[in-house]
Every structure is written in structure tokens, then in C-alpha cells.
Design a protein around this ligand. Structure first.
Ligand SMILES: [Ca+2]
Ligand SMILES: [Ca+2]
Ligand SMILES: [Ca+2]
Length: 292
């Protein structure tokens, strides 16, 4: 009996494990919304139709801050809006233009996978609050960083940074295109201009600055567009509704009879007893109690 039970348990466990699907990072895809953003550090409405991309996974499980990124695209540019939750920000006068200060890094490849992002049309674009210039690398970065723009705004919970990166002439964007992609947040958690944590979208991505491999996620240039809610002014009703006709008959509610005092019970019984004795018909008030 014990043997049968252990066999059944094993079968059940194998069935459970088989049901667990481990998705490869490229299978986790995020939609960029189709539209044009204003690069000012303020979140455009169009981003609300894009996927929220969480940047909240680290190799060692430790982090102080996290980011959420939204992507958009039009015929000429990619746009990224990064909302960064960051309790301690590298002071402006200590900030340096590299990965050691608070910053985000956007990684993408327009030319598939390679061991070296500098040899293909791929880019690592790094920028943070108070930076005076981009940092990064890759074939795309070499050619187009001069045309990339950014703007940041300090917020109550950290900072927001927005950027536009041109597609460039080699890559033809179209709705539905998918590209390898990921994001990192370099968090200097104590303000000494040295990085403490690096949350990314998924595990295995810490070499994204060097290698475009299948640890990258996927970005879709989707045909989803932001649709503004059009407020329609309510037109006045063509005809005022007829005044409600009074009820054909109004039954005035009779005032409630005063409740008999508790002590009248014995008097009533006494009256009934006396009345019965002298032959007077007695009508009780049971019926009137049911009146509404
Ligand atoms: Ca904006
Ligand atoms: Ca920080
Ligand atoms: Ca630090």
C-alpha cells in the first residue's frame, strides 16, 4: 500500500513539474506604443497605452530602488520614459557620465544577436539626472548618439528621465517589428558616485552592455496607439419630461393610533370580563393593528 502511495505521489509531482513553464527572456515581450512624445521629462499621455516595463530584478536579490519604463515609437525615433524610485540620488556635483552614478541604460539590437554589440547595429545608451552627456557603446551608439535627446525631472520619489533615440537609416521600423531589448537602472544607493545595485528586467542580463544574447527581452513596435478620451458635451434633452401626474387617488394615512399603555391590558381584560357577564358584545382591536 505504501509503495502504491509513493508511486502515485511521484506521478503527481512529475505532472506538477511538467505544468511549470519556464519562459526564456526573449519570450517576455513588451509593447511600445505608436506615437510621438515630447522629450521634456514629463510623462506624455501616449505612454499610458504602452506596457509598463518593470526594472526590478537583480542577480543578488538586493536593491534599494527600482524603475518602470514605457516605450513609444514613430517613423524616426524610439522614446523611453523611465520613472525611477530612488531614495538617494548621486549629488549633481559628484555625478559623472558613467554607470557609477544614478542612471538608466537602454539596450537594443537592430541586427539580431552577437557576441559584441560594437560590431552590429546595436546600442547601449546610458543617461542619468545631472549628466551633461551620454555614455554607452555599440554600432548604433557610435552613429547616432549625437542625435539622441534626453530630459530629466526630480520627483518626490526619485527622478524621471525621458529620451529619444533615432532609428537611423539602416533600420526600417514597421508596426509589429520585434527587437532584442532590455533596461538597467544603475543605483548609487548612498550618493558617493559609485554604483551599489543594478536592477534589470530579468536575470542573466548583466552582460547586456557587451553581448546581445538570449538573456535579452523583446520589444515590440506595436500598432497600439493612445486614444484620448473625447469628452462629449451633453446635449439638452429635446423635450422636458412631463411632470409626474399626481396619483389618481391619494389616501391620506391615518395617524397611528396611540399605542395602548402597557397597564391597560388588565383593564381591558377586566372590561371584557364585565361586558361578557352583562351581555355586551365585545369587539377587540386585532383587525385595526394590521392596518397600514
Ligand atoms: Ca514628455
Ligand atoms: Ca540612487
Ligand atoms: Ca554608492
Amino acid at each position: 500500500m505504501k509503495k502504491l502511495f509513493s508511486i502515485l505521489l511521484t506521478v503527481a509531482l512529475v505532472a506538477m513539474l511538467g505544468a511549470v513553464v519556464f519562459a526564456a527572456n526573449p519570450d517576455t515581450k513588451f509593447k511600445a506604443v505608436n506615437g510621438t512624445a515630447v522629450v521634456d521629462g514629463i510623462k506624455d499621455e501616449i505612454y499610458t497605452a504602452a506596457d509598463a516595463i518593470p526594472v526590478a530584478v537583480t542577480e543578488d536579490g538586493e536593491m534599494a530602488g527600482t524603475a518602470v519604463v514605457y516605450a513609444a515609437w514613430d517613423d524616426t525615433n524610439m522614446y523611453y520614459f523611465c520613472e525611477v524610485t530612488d531614495p538617494t540620488v548621486t549629488p549633481a556635483d559628484a555625478c559623472s557620465s558613467n554607470y557609477q552614478s544614478d542612471s538608466v541604460e537602454i539596450y537594443f539590437s537592430f541586427e539580431g544577436y552577437s557576441d559584441d554589440i560594437t560590431t552590429i547595429n546595436a546600442g547601449q545608451y546610458t543617461i542619468g539626472p545631472n549628466f551633461s552627456a551620454w555614455a554607452g557603446r555599440g554600432g548604433h551608439w557610435d552613429n547616432y548618439v549625437a542625435d539622441a535627446k534626453f530630459a530629466f525631472v526630480m520627483t518626490g520619489k526619485g527622478w524621471d528621465i525621458e529620451m529619444s533615440i533615432p532609428f537611423g537609416s539602416e533600420y526600417k521600423v514597421a508596426a509589429g517589428n520585434e527587437v532584442p531589448f532590455t533596461v538597467a537602472f544603475n543605483d548609487d544607493a548612498d550618493g558617493d558616485a559609485a554604483r551599489d545595485y543594478q536592477p534589470m528586467i530579468a536575470t542573466g542580463q548583466t552582460s547586456a552592455w557587451s553581448v546581445v544574447d538570449d538573456n535579452y527581452n523583446t520589444l515590440i513596435f506595436s500598432d497600439v496607439k493612445f486614444e484620448p478620451v473625447v469628452e462629449v458635451e451633453e446635449a439638452p434633452a429635446a423635450e422636458a419630461p412631463a411632470a409626474e401626474a399626481p396619483a389618481a387617488e391619494t389616501v391620506a394615512e391615518a395617524p397611528a393610533a396611540p399605542a395602548p399603555a402597557a397597564q391597560t391590558g388588565s383593564s381591558l381584560l377586566l372590561f371584557i370580563a364585565v361586558a361578557t357577564a352583562v351581555g355586551v358584545p365585545v369587539i377587540t382591536t386585532a383587525a385595526s393593528k394590521k392596518r397600514k
